[in-house]
Structures are given as C-alpha cells and as structure tokens.
Design a protein around this ligand. Structure first.
Ligand SMILES: O=C(O)C(=O)C[C@H](O)[C@H](O)COP(=O)(O)O
Length: 214
C-alpha cells in the first residue's frame, strides 16, 4: 500500500517524469540528468523491452531516487519491476488481477482510473492514491474536480496530455499529489542522447512547479 511517506515524497516532487527508454545503456545517464537538475525520480514504463534492465541499472547506480515502473499490465511485469528494484508500480488502468497481487504481496501500486466506479473499487481495496489516466482525454482538470467531490479522501496522480501549459491547473487541486508526464524527457530526446535538452526541460519544469510547492 502506498504510505504517507511516499505520498509526501511525490507531493514534494509535484511531477513524475514518465519515461519510455529503448536502450538500457541510456538509463543511468538519464537519471543522472534528471537528478542533477532537480527531479530525482523516474517512472520507467514497460512500453519497451528495455524497462526491466533499465530499472535494475538505475537502482544500482542511484539507491535513493524514487523509481517506479509504469505501464505495468501483468503480474509477470510486477515481478520483473520489483526484482529490478522499483519502489512501486503504476498501471494505466484498474486491473483487479495485478492490484490484488500487489496488495497480497505488500507491493505498492498506483492503479489507473478515469471514472467513479473505478475509484470505488480502489477505495474498497484500501487504495489511497490512483492515477487519473488519460487525464486530458478523460475531461481534464474539470473531471478531477468533479471526481473529488464525492471521493474527497482519494488522492490522484493525473497523467496523459499534461504539459507545462496545464500542469499548474491540476496541481492547484488539493487532492492532486503529483502529475506524470512524458514531456519532461521525451523518448526521442533520450534515444538521441539530447541530455542538454532534457536538463533544460527538467530545470524549467522544476521552476514552474516550485510555485505550487511554496
Ligand atoms: O501506461 C502508463 O502506465 C502510463 O504511464 C501512460 C503514460 O503515463 C502516459 O502515456 C503519459 O502521457 P503523456 O505525458 O501524455 O505522454
């Protein structure tokens, strides 16, 4: 179960870089750039075959970064992510099989939801934090505000279509812990080793969200 300490860590970050990495050789350099420029965190998505190996190398090089596995769709991927060193699991949807497996095995998971019924499923299982995905396509910040009306106890991590131009609108909602997004370090910039571009994006993002933290 996601604990309060982790919620506080995510809230302090305000944003989670969602990463699709095609070559595990880029993983350590990427997290070095993220960390040194203000974001010691990464969600490594299982959208590529390099995800598990990337998590393993990042964890070995950076024992303290907040490292989670994203796009986790199966129990096999949960096991791969955890054995590689992921702190917690994020999934795009609410899959009872993976959610129950994580709960049973004491693995932290933030499952995806985008409607009231899924929030109630999550609450029934004692889940405190859910991913709101795909955030913009599901109604954006207005949907977040509508959802937290009846479910004020749930905390959300909106992801999907979030950019510098709208991230602050989400972070202004008290139940939003942090926002995920691939804009911070794009797949293309990682693959092309555009580290200066990523470093600037991280610094710009930190400067922007700092407004929310103060
Ligand atoms: O499948 C998951 O678990 C995911 O993590 C999905 C990603 O969070 C989004 O695809 C990121 O959305 P963009 O920032 O709009 O690119």
């Amino acid at each position: 179960m996601i604990n309060n300490a982790l919620i506080d860590q995510l809230a302090a970050l305000a944003v989670m870089p969602v990463i699709q990495i095609e070559n595990a050789d880029d993983a350590v350099k990427l997290v070095e750039v993220l960390s040194e420029n203000g974001l010691p965190a990464a969600e490594i998505t299982f959208r590529s075959a390099a995800a598990g190996e990337s998590i393993r190398r990042i964890r070995a090089a950076f024992p303290d970064v907040i490292l989670c596995a994203g796009t986790v769709l199966t129990i096999t991927q949960v096991d791969e992510a955890v054995s590689a060193g992921a702190d917690f699991i994020i999934s795009p949807g609410f899959n009872p099989t993976t959610v129950n497996y994580c709960i049973k095995n004491g693995i932290k998971i933030i499952p995806g939801i985008n409607n009231p019924s899924q929030i109630e499923q999550a609450l029934e299982l004692g889940i405190k934090v859910v991913k709101f995905f795909p955030a913009e396509a599901s109604g954006g910040v207005n949907m977040v505000k509508a959802l937290v009306g009846p479910y004020s106890q749930i905390k959300l991590m909106p992801t999907g279509g979030i950019k510098p131009s709208n991230v602050m609108d989400y972070l202004a909602v008290p139940q939003v812990v942090a926002c995920g997004g691939s804009w911070i370090a794009t797949t293309a910039d990682i693959a092309n080793n555009n580290w200066d571009t990523i470093a600037k994006s991280v610094r710009d993002t930190c400067q922007l969200v700092q407004l929310n933290k103060t």
